[in-house]
Ligand binder design. Sequence first.
Ligand code: GRF
Length: 206
Amino acid sequence: MNVVVFISGTGSNLAAIIKKQHQFGYKVCLVVSNNKKAKGLEFARNNNIPVFTFDWDKNDKHLTIVQDQINKHNCHLIVLAGFMKILPAEFVQSYKHNIINIHPSLLPKYPGLHTHQRVIDNKDKQHGATVHYVNDKLDAGTIISQVVIKVEKSADAKSLSKQLLFSEHSLLPFTMGLIVENRVEWHGDLLCFDQKTLTNPIIINE
Ligand code: GRF
């Protein structure tokens, strides 16, 4: 399965995706970024993966060019891995059921930003990350999988973010593998896992 990964910054999830592509049977054919200086673009270039950068533009002009690139590289799955922009509804609709995102919280808890700080402020005992399909609402699409971590008493937002990122690097490639193998697939508008309707997130343990 050919995939395109969208990033905006560091790209540590991208690096994990690239590193594990043979293990999980997908191929990163293109990396897209709204930030020409995104550090993560180095991983793509070092692995000879084509990179496409564009200026974010509210009138969507550049997204048409992004779509041309996606078609040119024959990508079937769009993976948002630290992509910090909200894609317009028409774009999402045209790739319905084919865009996934990784979010650093146990959705539906804490959509949006500053998830680690919110976990600390609320004295949560658990934290985690979620991979979900993207719909036209922020961090609200159908959930596929989650990884859960324990919040240590000494943790702060920075240490928690570092701890969780490490687990994200397992969660995202593994979940992509489930999609490649059709173990996770849409039956109409129902998301199924091993042919049964997915009612709870698939929990990935380290
Ligand atoms: C990750 O925490 C991801 O869950 C969130 O943005 C961060 C991206 O990190 N959406 P990186 O750029 O992959 O290092």
